[in-house]
Design a binder for this molecule. Structure first.
Ligand SMILES: Cc1cc2nc3c(=O)[nH]c(=O)nc-3n(C[C@H](O)[C@H](O)[C@H](O)COP(=O)(O)OP(=O)(O)OC[C@H]3O[C@@H](n4cnc5c(N)ncnc54)[C@H](O)[C@@H]3O)c2cc1C
Length: 464
């Protein structure tokens, strides 16, 4: 069956959100309200911020304002790889923050452990499975990178297993694999929409007032409190936390650091047991390949395969539009790559195809800050690895809003911002040139041209 045929009946919406278990949205804000803390955004950043603010101080009056439905954006439509890494992978963290990477890795693992214990404590069922992740090489030039990852982790006391061709194929059998690394502890798989919905329920149980379909149109300071205007009401809050991801930010200065990048995903029908047995995959690990343009893939709890990544698309001008959630050229490319990776699955069909926006920044990992005399805090820029790291970002925002100096707020990573993107139209030109150079590097055994080497020298780049 051709990739086009395998895609023919695929629904054009996110599988995770397209289920009868989706909860009814909570009513929007009408009229005026006051709060000690107003959280803007109902993705993982906002949900964890609201939840943990009540855990820190149950007497705090907290509202959460979400423009559409909780979890409808990146948080409910992603791959569900919940990683310990706070730095978009160890290599990126080691390059940027060599002096504090040991601390960042430890804090990241503690963060993942705390996610796991929080879900257990509140009974959030989101098919959480701490399977780890296999990172596989599909071309010879990628193998040294795997060795580097293992030795880099070992220098921090973290054990990753280096698998040769036979060993990696004994785990997940693709003829394209040449070797792999198994990070057994550093990544869990989650059902992202059920995680978002579960966190929403916990927030409500803890007393957070959650308002959906309540976009915040503007923010201003009346001297004493911050005022948030929404279509049918206004919140006056002592403190504000912004968790608005890749969307146009309420604080203009964030526009310099963020670009919305579209990432695309396919979901298959459930794989019959006999077919799945041909691949193995008994460990149910998440899998990622190692080119600059990488795929990520995993099993769901009913043994569908989610298959995403590769193209990271920036629309000139940083435009965000609903129609961009669909991109047939990318879906066909992804389907072709899927059957090249798993020829055993020839004949399998895709049931869903979708895209979503990632909040990319030039250092590929979150940045943080405050405004209005430290009465507002923000965290953004997770660049495609925020399912786990958003909880860390939420903790940073709460530390900043409480004026607490902690191990987190002392980090260089927290105290310093990424290099800003240039303004448009130069921004579009630079990003498209970089995307082209990255694609060329993958076609030429990873060799980086003069442009990419220049960006590397300045510690900036483009990723998903
Ligand atoms: C296709 C795809 C696959 C991905 N796969 C992975 C993965 O496997 N692992 C991983 O770690 N990360 C992955 N990511 C990234 C991850 O999903 C994000 O890093 C994370 O969900 C970011 O959460 P957030 O809360 O910061 O942003 P979002 O989930 O985007 O939430 C922001 C929310 O703010 C709301 N909002 C914005 N402006 C306003 C306003 N003015 N008023 C009110 N509300 C507002 C929006 O409606 C939205 O709900 C993926 C992302 C995509 C798109």
């Amino acid at each position: 069956m051709s990739p086009q045929k395998a895609l023919a009946d695929a629904e054009r919406k996110p599988y995770w959100l397209d289920r009868s278990i989706a909860p009814e949205p909570l009513p929007p804000l009408t009229g005026d309200a006051t709060a000690d803390l107003a959280v803007v955004g109902g993705g993982f950043t906002g949900l964890w911020t609201a939840l943990m603010s009540k855990e820190r101080d149950p007497s705090l009056d907290v509202v959460l304002l979400e423009g559409r439905a909780v979890g409808w954006a990146a948080s409910g439509r992603n791959g569900g790889f919940c990683a310990a890494s706070l730095t978009h992978g160890l290599g990126n963290g080691q390059d940027r923050w060599p002096a504090e990477i040991a601390t960042l890795e430890r804090l990241g693992r503690e963060n993942l452990d705390e996610i796991e214990s929080t879900l257990a404590r509140y009974g959030v069922d989101c098919s959480y499975e701490r399977t780890g992740e296999l990172r596989v090489a599909t071309e010879e030039w990628q193998l040294p990178g795997l060795d580097q990852e293992v030795s880099g982790a070992a220098s921090l006391g973290v054990r990753l297993e280096r698998l040769d061709r036979e060993q990696v194929r004994a785990e997940v059998d693709s003829p394209t694999y040449l070797g792999g690394v198994w990070d057994r502890q550093g990544v869990a798989m989650v059902d992202p929409a059920r995680l978002a919905w579960g966190l929403r329920d916990v927030c409500v149980r803890l007393g957070v007032r959650v308002f959906e379909h309540t976009p915040v149109r503007s923010l201003h300071d009346d001297g004493l409190v911050l005022e948030l205007d929404t279509p049918k009401g206004r919140v006056r809050a002592g403190r504000v936390a912004l968790g608005t991801g890749a969307f146009p930010p309420l604080l203009r200065r964030l526009r310099h650091f963020l670009v919305p990048v579209y990432d695309y995903v396919l979901m298959t029908e459930p794989v019959p047991d006999d077919l799945l047995a041909e691949i193995g995959w008994r460990g149910r690990q998440g899998v990622g390949d190692s080119a600059n343009r990488f795929h990520y893939y995993r099993l769901t709890d009913d043994n569908r395969i989610l298959w995403g990544g590769y193209d990271a698309v920036y629309h000139n001008g940083g435009l965000v539009r609903q129609e961009y959630d669909q991109r047939d050229a990318t879906f066909e490319k992804l389907a072709t790559h899927f059957f090249e990776t798993f020829p055993q699955l020839h004949g399998l069909r895709f049931t869903h195809r979708w895209g979503g926006i990632i909040d990319t920044c030039s250092r590929f990992s979150a940045f943080f800050g405050t405004a209005y005399g430290s009465r507002l805090a923000y965290a953004a820029g997770y660049t495609g690895l925020g399912v786990g790291a958003t909880r860390f970002g939420a903790n940073v925002m709460l530390d900043l809003l409480q004026g607490r100096v902690t191990e987190r707020t002392d980090l260089h990573m927290v105290r310093h911002k990424p290099v800003p993107f240039p303004p448009e139209p130069v921004r579009s030109g630079v990003i498209q040139l970089t995307r082209w150079a990255i694609a060329r590097a993958d076609e030429h055994e990873g060799r980086r041209n003069a442009w990419l080497r220049t960006l590397d020298a300045f510690g900036v780049g483009f990723d998903s």
